[in-house]
Design a protein around this ligand. Structure first.
Ligand code: HQG
Length: 183
């Protein structure tokens, strides 16, 4: 991916997930921003971007990080939010038997004591495949993939949701549903 696309993707993640107020942007509770307002706020912050560039970022995002509204006028981050202004109603779904969480080895002791917590974000993020989870874990150090007994959790009343981009979300994973090591 070119530098401009990568930089713009990071900037959009920052304002659409974490700090819309940094450019005077308003998100609705479902996370949607008006693209014209986004472009205006970005330009005023010295980050001018064209509609075409935004479209390219959406189209080339490996993780499908952003969604456009059907009318093409609005954009949102599919998941990963920390801003308290957004509470997306992700559809609740029956998860597969196993889901995977990638983390760094240095977090293992704490996770195996406390369970998986959402941290700054609204949910714990889980993947359907181990490769994706390993790549997520790599961002923080030596990666390790944890297996989560998602189906059994759900049977015991824990709720699972799926974001626009396929990432699985849940509020908390207690330690008794976590296993170290891949399948
Ligand atoms: C860890 C990326 C200590 C957790 C990815 C993770 C994802 C604990 C870190 C999305 C813990 C939080 C989210 C505990 C959890 N003790 N550490 N009890 N419980 N952790 O970045 O899941 O590229 O907030 O393992 O693809 O890494 O940004 O969450 O290492 O979908 O689009 O605390 O971000 O997408 O880190 O990543 P994060 P995540 P993007």
């Amino acid at each position: 991916m070119s530098k401009i696309l990568n930089d713009t993707s990071k900037f959009l993640s920052f304002v659409l997930r974490h700090e819309p107020q940094a450019i005077g942007l308003t998100l609705d509770s479902e996370g949607w921003a008006d693209i014209a307002s986004l472009m205006e706020g970005a330009a005023q912050s010295g980050r001018a971007m064209t509609r075409d560039l935004i479209q390219q970022v959406v189209d080339t995002s490996d993780k499908k990080r952003f969604s456009l509204s059907a009318d093409g006028l609005r954009i949102r981050a599919a998941q990963g939010h920390s801003t308290g202004l957004v509470a997306i109603t992700h559809p609740e779904k029956e998860p597969p038997e196993w889901l995977f969480h990638g983390t760094a080895t240095r977090f293992l002791d704490s996770i195996l004591k406390e369970g998986l917590r959402p941290g700054e974000r609204h949910h714990v993020h889980l993947s359907e495949d181990e490769q994706t989870a390993a790549a997520v874990g790599q961002r923080y150090g030596k990666p390790v993939v944890l297996r989560v007994e998602a189906r059994r959790m759900r049977q015991q009343g824990f709720r699972f949701f799926q974001a626009d981009n396929g990432v699985w979300l849940t509020e908390f994973v207690p330690v008794q549903f976590i296993m170290k090591g891949a399948t």
